[in-house]
Design a protein around this ligand. Structure first.
Ligand code: ADP
Ligand code: GLC
Length: 465
């Protein structure tokens, strides 16, 4: 049983949703029986995403602290295998709202997020018990599912203890709440301490996941090491160091039913490593769509990301004006920090002949950019794994990445002499280092033979789960 707050296409703000859509079907293909549990957010029905699901004609009582709360269940298949299912926990008072983690127009988090997500986690186990589908393993993801580790450690007395795995997709988001929620959520008082879910006098959902799990994973081996140091441990490095062998890094894979250039329904012209001329048609089509000059000779650089400090948006903004003088086109798709959104729009306005910035979340455009661009840029300050560089490689769009976390683990730096590598890496967290890496990539782009070989190497990797 996977417990998570996102699952593509039902609910997605980033890579977490993609992982939950890719990993469980891959496990099912190996013969496991897998259920992914997700809240039934309002937009799921609004957008008709639940057309493959059916509502159970019964209610499920869930004991949350002193209260008994009734939830309903929607369920259906996930992916091609009969062995993989999705369960949507329906509790309108918690999830029938405009926005997943907070009001969709911005304005922070919902004030009752502790209760919303604890109820969701408790409901996952209560439903499993009442349907007599008791899991052998409960695998919880990120802070929203941290309470599942606490609840799974104390199962109903007639049930065996499931094994408990917790995956950290991003250590920055921890979910802090006041001590007063402990009784309401039915957390054990004894756990409110250094070795438990307490963090500087508050309840910390991510720390609950880390301390109540039997094994903790992160989404790349390098990130698993990086978070052991105080600079990148976000206050939890001490605890993480004590985990020893109970902490490991497993690099994310990609769901190649969704991210494969040969059968991507969003693309005007599907292609593979042997039909790369078709990829050029996708570039032309995107240039036309966005009103950019139809230039095959200018490298088109793509970026799809949350506009945030993590993603290195600032570095891109600083390096780009200089790089644009040298002749490249830039297409950015993103949402996030309002200041960074404004700065991106300003960049586009100042270079309207070469830059297009689309502020918004658009799955189809993300696919079209990934296919159309000649180079994909991802200058993250830190990156637990990152999926866009994997998608870019699968689509023959060599990524330019900062050598951190999963970016370092998944991309091999181009080496012209030995004819190896799958992208371009740089080390320093500076715009100058980014600029140098992009210039290096532009030189290779102009060398058709070397560039095509690079594309083919990137595309021939097995990046699946
Ligand atoms: P993170 O989860 O840290 O945001 P990842 O690289 O793991 O980063 O995953 C990001 C996912 O979200 C990818 O599938 C990416 O294509 C998608 N994505 C990010 N921003 C947008 C956007 N504005 N429109 C469409 N998809 C987006
Ligand atoms: C987080 C990380 C990202 C990772 C994703 C999926 O959002 O920021 O690096 O790829 O989770 O694991």
């Amino acid at each position: 049983m996977h417990v998570a707050s996102e699952l593509t296409p039902f609910a997605k703000t980033g890579g977490l949703g993609d992982v939950l859509a890719g990993l469980p079907p891959a496990l099912a293909a190996r013969g496991h029986e897998v259920v992914v549990v997700l809240p039934r957010y309002r937009h799921i029905a609004e957008r008709g995403l639940d057309s493959t699901l059916a509502r159970r004609l019964r209610r499920f009582p869930v004991q949350l602290g002193p209260e008994t709360i009734e939830v309903e269940l929607w369920e259906g298949p996930l992916g091609a295998s009969q062995r993989c299912r999705v369960w949507l926990v329906d509790h309108p008072a918690s999830f029938d709202r405009d926005g997943m983690y907070g009001p969709s127009g911005g304005g922070g988090d919902w004030p009752d997020n502790a209760r919303r997500y604890a109820l969701f986690c408790k409901a996952a186990l209560a439903i499993a018990d009442q349907l007599d589908w008791w899991p052998d393993v409960v695998h919880a993801h990120d802070w929203q599912a941290g309470p599942a580790m606490i609840y799974a450690k104390s199962p109903p007395s007639h049930r065996p203890h499931p094994r408990r795995v917790f995956t950290v997709h991003n250590l920055v988001f921890q979910g802090y709440f006041p001590e007063a929620v402990i009784e309401e959520l039915g957390f054990p008082r004894s756990g409110f301490g250094l070795d438990g879910y307490e963090f500087y006098g508050q309840v910390n959902f991510l720390k609950a996941g880390l301390t109540y799990a039997e094994h903790v994973t992160t989404v790349s081996p390098r990130y698993a090491r990086e978070i052991l140091s105080p600079e990148t441990g976000h206050g939890l490095d001490g605890l993480l160091r004590t985990l020893g062998k109970r902490l490991s890094g497993v690099l994310n894979g990609i769901d190649d039913h969704v991210w494969s250039p040969a059968r991507d329904p969003y693309l005007p012209r599907p292609y593979d490593a042997h039909t790369l001329w078709e990829k050029k048609q996708n570039k032309q089509a995107l240039q036309r769509e966005l009103g950019l000059a139809q230039r095959a000779d200018l490298p088109l650089v793509g970026s799809i990301s949350r506009l945030s400090v993590q993603k290195g948006t600032g570095l891109l903004l600083e390096a780009m004006p200089r790089l644009l003088e040298d002749g490249l086109q830039l297409v950015v798709l993103g949402t996030g920090d309002p200041d960074l959104e404004a700065a991106m729009k300003k960049l586009a306005a100042a270079h309207s002949d070469r830059v297009r910035v689309h502020i918004g979340f658009d799955e189809g455009l993300a696919h079209r950019i990934t296919a159309a661009c000649d180079l994909y840029v991802m200058p993250s300050q830190f990156e637990p794994c990152g999926l866009n560089q994997l998608y870019a490689m699968a689509y023959g769009s060599p990524p330019i990445v900062r050598a951190v976390g999963g970016l370092d683990d998944s991309v091999v730096d181009f080496d012209g002499k030995s004819g190896s590598g799958t992208g371009f890496k740089f080390g320093a967290n500076t715009d100058v280092a980014l600029e140098a890496a992009v210039r290096r990539a532009m030189i290779v782009f102009r060398d058709t033979r070397a560039y095509t070989a690079l594309q083919r190497r990137a595309m021939s990797q097995d990046l699946s789960w």
